[in-house]
Design a protein around this ligand. Structure first.
Ligand SMILES: *Cc1c(COP(=O)(O)O)cnc(C)c1O
Length: 467
């Protein structure tokens, strides 16, 4: 399989090189040249297979010659063996129509583990074939940092430097990062906001004196391999509910549009999906875009669902590319205009194209709390704020009662104990496998919000480890 850039200017690459590169050289995002398709029989043949076996079938067309089937199976077995549930992403019934797909049984209790555990192993595999190392640099407002650190700790030929805003993430989130005492893991608390940290990281990527010298890479959700790993659970769950004979709808708590885009890819591959519900909180750029065509960025409002507190959704570009008839030149112009104006309008043709598959809803804090209470009263399920936004969007979607709607449960409620307790009166407990988090030793640097100081700190350590 060959990968092309959404902006049409970069050279096509194979899966291995796309995984290591992350972003395309022309600023675009990599997508497969064509969407692979399964026949109805190929899909129904997957029913009853284990998570790992479905993963191998769904991902084989994407990895091409970069991994043979045995290697892919080995990596999936290792990655998903670390999940605390035999089903990996178990399905839980709330009532006649509503279901939860629990994506939080990985090591850091958020759905990002599903993709990052596999990506960490792929990095190690691909770097083992060449004479290079990678320096992964990122900024996190919580979940991505801990999932990336867990996935990369102790791996050969890759170091990870993770910046977080000092004092502005929860104690659970900080400890999940800073108690990983591996020689290739560096946590840096920045005296500033998440945006300050993010701005510094972006500058490092565009600074040739830094990024070239230290072979800098990213693990954020623009990386194609992450999206690919997320396609799998749409198949697994739809099969459990009767696909391909029966259509299923999914409601997806959305931030960067990665998770819901994976659902879109599943539909392109032939999985019968009734609707994908794009659930946003009050940071509603995607809801405005899908309902009125107005894709314009405002200011971020902090909410109890911080992983969805996003104004610009990077992966939306991949969908725009398809809507533009896969014309990279048109997508390039559109994105350049957007970068100048911070706004774009989707025309009627595009909206008509979108509405066949997507619906959207904006859920405020009250709607979120109401959904948490409903889930608890209806079926004694305690759900986290992100999941609650998805569930509330499902409940107001107006989808026919005969169609099952699966809400993606993207985080364990114990990651957000205060918001859950406020809404339901119950304080969720950390699962026993991470129950000693508050006894573990922490290690991290505190640096001022100064580009030269931070790059000097990273540079010294990267040099010491790799010369
Ligand atoms: C990252 C995240 C999301 C948003 O997912 P996207 O792929 O960025 O749309 C939703 N919920 C939780 C808990 C997350 O960590």
């Amino acid at each position: 399989m060959e990968y092309i850039s959404t902006r049409g200017q970069a050279d096509p690459l194979d899966f291995e090189n796309v995984t290591l590169a992350g972003l395309a050289g022309d600023g675009g995002l990599f997508v497969p040249r064509v969407w692979p398709k399964f026949s109805e029989t190929e899909i129904s043949d997957m029913a009853g297979l284990s998570y790992v076996e479905v993963a191998v079938r769904v991902m084989t067309p994407f990895v091409g010659n970069s991994l043979d089937e045995g290697e892919l199976r080995e990596l999936c077995t290792q990655a998903y063996g670390r999940f605390a549930h035999a089903a990996v992403t178990p399905l839980v019934q709330l009532d006649q129509q509503y279901w939860l797909m629990e994506l939080f049984h990985g090591p850091t209790l958020a759905f990002k583990d599903v993709a990052l555990q596999l990506l960490g192993l792929m990095f190690e595999k691909f770097l083992g074939r060449r004479d290079t190392h990678l320096t992964v640099v990122g900024a996190t407002s919580g979940d991505t940092g801990s999932a990336a650190i867990d996935a990369l700790a102790g791996r050969e030929k890759v170091d990870i430097f993770m910046l977080h805003p000092d004092g502005r993430i929860s104690d659970v989130q900080r400890r999940q990062m800073t108690t990983v005492l591996s020689p290739n893991v560096y946590n840096i608390a920045i005296d500033g906001s998440f945006d300050d940290a993010q701005t510094m990281v972006k500058r490092m990527f565009s600074d040739p004196n830094f990024s070239g010298k230290f072979n800098v890479s990213a693990v954020n959700s623009i990386n194609w391999a992450r999206l690919m790993a997320q396609i799998v659970y749409y198949f697994v769950t739809a099969l459990q509910l009767g696909a391909p004979k029966r259509k299923v709808a999914f409601s997806v708590p959305t931030g960067n549009f990665g998770d819901v885009f994976a659902g879109y890819v599943a539909a392109q591959m032939g999985l019968p999906i009734e609707k994908l519900i794009v659930a946003t909180n009050v940071n509603d750029i995607l809801h405005r875009a899908l309902s009125t065509g107005d894709y314009s960025a405002g200011n971020v409002t902090a909410t109890p669902a911080p992983s969805m507190d996003i104004q610009v959704s990077s992966n939306f570009e991949r969908l725009l590319f398809d809507l533009e008839g896969r014309d990279g030149g048109r997508t390039l112009t559109r994105m350049q205009n957007f970068e100048n104006d911070r706004a774009m309008t989707l025309d009627e043709d595009m909206l008509t194209g979108l509405r066949g598959l997507f619906v959207s809803a904006r859920v405020d804090n009250e709607g979120m709390a109401g959904a948490m209470r409903w889930a608890y009263e209806e079926s004694r399920e305690i759900i986290d704020p992100h999941t609650a936004i998805g569930l509330q969007a499902a409940r107001v979607s107006g989808i026919d009662a005969a169609t099952p709607i699966v809400t993606l449960a993207t985080a364990h409620p114990a990651k957000f104990p205060d918001a859950v307790e406020r809404a339901t009166g119950n304080r969720p407990m950390l699962p026993s496998r991470v129950g000693d988090l508050f006894e573990r030793k922490e290690d991290y640097a505190k640096l001022s919000c100064d580009y030269d100081a931070v790059t000097a700190y990273i540079g010294e350590r990267a040099t010491a480890r790799h010369g």
